[in-house]
Design a protein around this ligand. Structure first.
Ligand SMILES: Cc1cc2nc3c(=O)[nH]c(=O)nc-3n(C[C@H](O)[C@H](O)[C@H](O)COP(=O)(O)OP(=O)(O)OC[C@H]3O[C@@H](n4cnc5c(N)ncnc54)[C@H](O)[C@@H]3O)c2cc1C
Length: 401
C-alpha cells in the first residue's frame, strides 16, 4: 500500500506523554491506574492494538486465586519455602487491593472463597500435606473430605479439596474496563505498536496512525512481548487455553469457583446460572502451544467429558458458547519482570502462566513504581528476569534485564 505525503506527515507527528503503557490487558490497565495514583501529575498514555481486554484478560475464567497455578507444596519444592510464602502474600495483596481500591459492583466481584479440588486420591494427599504450610504462611484454608467437597458443589468424583476463604471471582472484561476508566491515562485503542525506536531520551513508538513519544515505556503485552522486545524471546511462550459455557442450569448451584486436577480444569457458575468450564490443555499439550485463536474438537471434548463426569446433571445442558485465548507462559511458572536490555527506561512484565488475574492489579503497582524510577520495588526480586541470565535454555545469551 502506498502512503500519501499528507498521510506520512500525519503519521510522523509525535504525540508525547510522560509514560506510555503498551498493552490494554489487566497488567497494562493496572499499571496505568497505579501511575495515576502514584504521580497524579504524570501524563500517561495507554496504547492497545485492538480493544481493552481483547487478549487473555478479557477471555479468562475470572478466578482471582492466591499462590501460583500449582499447589502450595509444589511451590515450596520448586521455589523454596520463603519464596512460596512471598508469592502467596503478593497474590493475597492483589486480591485485597482489588477489593479495597475499586468498586466491586462494576466488575461483579464475588468474594465467597474458592475450592481447590482433588481429581485423584494422590492429589488430595498432596493438598492435605499443603495445609500446615499454607497455615504457617497465613493462608486461611480448611480441608474438606470427598463427601463434603462433592456435597458443597453438587458434584461427584472429587477426592477432597481445600477451601480457601480468600478466593474470589470477577467478570474479567468488566474489571479491565473499570480499572482503565479509573486511571488517569489517555487510552488509544486500535493502536498496534509496530516498531520501537530507542532515542537518547526514551522511545518513539510507531503505530499505523501516528507516532508516540515518551521518556519511559511499560510493555504489558502478555505473550506478544518479544514482538517489541526481541531480547525477551526466551522469557515467554504463547499457550492457548479453551473454555465453554452451558445454557443456564436452573436449580443447580456451584457456590464458589472450583479449580481442580492441579489447575488442569476450572469451573464456575454465573449469576444467570450458566456454567463456565475451562482447561483440558494438559491432555493436548503440543497442540495448545500456539497463539492461534480457535477452539478444537479434541480439547472441547476433554472439557465436556470433565464437566459431564463431575457434574452429571450438566449432561442435559446445551453448550452455548466456546472460545479460546492466548496466555504467556514463563520458563519456570513465575511471572517475569525486567528492564529492556540497554534501555532501562523500558520496563516489562509477562509470563503470568495462566494466573494473571491473581497477580495483575498488584503487578501494575510494581510496574508503576519501576516506571517512576524505583529500581527494585518491594517484591521485584520474586519476578526479576535476571534469574534466567545463566539458565542454559535462555537463548538470547548476554542480555541483562
Ligand atoms: C481461557 C483462559 C482462562 C484463564 N483463566 C484465568 C483465571 O481464571 N484466573 C487467572 O488468574 N488467569 C486466568 N487466565 C490467564 C490470564 O487471563 C492472563 O494471565 C492475563 O490476562 C494476562 O494479562 P496481561 O495483561 O499480561 O496480557 P493480555 O491480556 O494478553 O494483554 C496484552 C494486551 O496487549 C495487546 N498488544 C499485543 N501486542 C500489542 C502491540 N504491538 N501494540 C499494542 N498492544 C498490543 C493485546 O491486544 C492485549 O490486549 C486465563 C487465560 C485464558 C486464555
Amino acid at each position: 500500500m502506498t502512503v500519501s505525503i499528507w498521510q506520512q506527515a500525519h503519521r510522523t507527528q509525535e504525540t508525547a506523554y510522560d509514560v506510555i503503557v503498551v498493552g490494554g490487558g489487566i497488567v497494562g490497565c493496572s499499571t496505568a491506574y497505579w501511575l495515576g495514583r502514584r504521580a497524579p501529575s504524570l501524563n500517561v498514555g495507554l496504547l492497545e492494538a485492538r480493544t481493552l481486554g481483547a487478549g487473555a484478560s478479557g477471555r479468562n475464567a475470572g478466578f482471582v486465586l492466591q499462590g501460583t497455578h500449582a499447589d502450595y507444596r509444589t511451590d515450596m519444592e520448586r521455589y523454596g519455602a520463603q519464596t512460596a510464602r512471598r508469592l502467596w502474600q503478593f497474590t493475597r495483596e492483589n486480591r485485597d487491593l482489588l477489593s479495597a481500591e475499586l468498586r466491586g459492583t462494576a466488575f461483579s466481584w464475588r468474594a465467597d472463597g474458592g475450592l481447590v479440588a482433588a481429581g485423584t486420591e494422590k492429589e488430595d494427599k498432596r493438598l492435605r500435606a499443603s495445609l500446615p504450610c499454607l497455615r504457617t504462611a497465613g493462608a486461611p484454608a480448611v480441608h474438606l473430605d470427598a463427601e463434603e467437597t462433592n456435597n458443597r458443589i453438587g458434584a461427584t468424583g472429587f477426592h477432597g479439596s481445600l477451601f480457601m476463604t480468600t478466593g474470589a471471582l470477577v467478570n474479567p472484561l468488566q474489571l479491565v474496563h473499570h480499572i482503565a476508566s479509573e486511571s488517569e491515562a489517555k487510552v488509544h485503542t486500535q493502536h498496534p505498536v509496530h516498531r520501537v525506536h530507542w532515542r537518547d531520551a526514551g522511545a518513539v513508538l510507531e503505530t499505523p496512525d501516528r507516532h508516540f513519544r515518551a521518556p519511559r515505556v511499560v510493555f504489558a503485552l502478555g505473550p506478544a512481548l518479544s514482538e517489541l522486545v526481541p531480547e525477551a524471546s526466551a522469557l515467554v511462550r504463547p499457550v492457548r487455553a479453551q473454555m465453554l459455557a452451558t445454557a443456564p442450569a436452573h436449580g443447580r448451584h456451584i457456590p464458589v469457583p472450583v479449580y481442580s486436577h492441579r489447575g488442569g480444569f476450572y469451573v464456575r457458575q454465573q449469576g444467570d446460572r450458566r456454567v463456565l468450564v475451562g482447561g483440558g490443555r494438559h491432555s493436548h499439550r503440543e497442540a495448545e502451544e500456539t497463539s492461534t485463536d480457535a477452539t478444537t474438537p479434541a480439547v472441547q471434548a476433554t472439557i465436556e467429558r470433565y464437566l459431564h463426569t463431575h457434574f452429571p446433571w450438566s449432561q442435559s445442558l446445551a453448550i452455548e458458547h466456546r472460545w479460546s485465548g492466548t496466555m504467556g507462559f514463563s520458563p519456570d511458572g513465575r511471572p517475569v519482570v525486567g528492564r529492556v536490555p540497554e534501555h532501562p527506561e523500558g520496563v516489562f512484565a509477562t509470563g503470568f502462566t495462566g494466573h494473571g488475574m491473581g497477580y495483575g492489579f498488584r503487578m501494575g503497582r510494581l510496574l508503576a513504581d519501576m516506571a517512576c524510577g524505583d529500581d527494585t520495588p518491594e517484591a521485584f526480586d520474586l519476578f526479576a528476569a535476571a534469574r534466567f541470565e545463566d539458565a542454559p535454555d535462555k537463548r538470547s545469551g548476554t542480555a541483562t534485564y
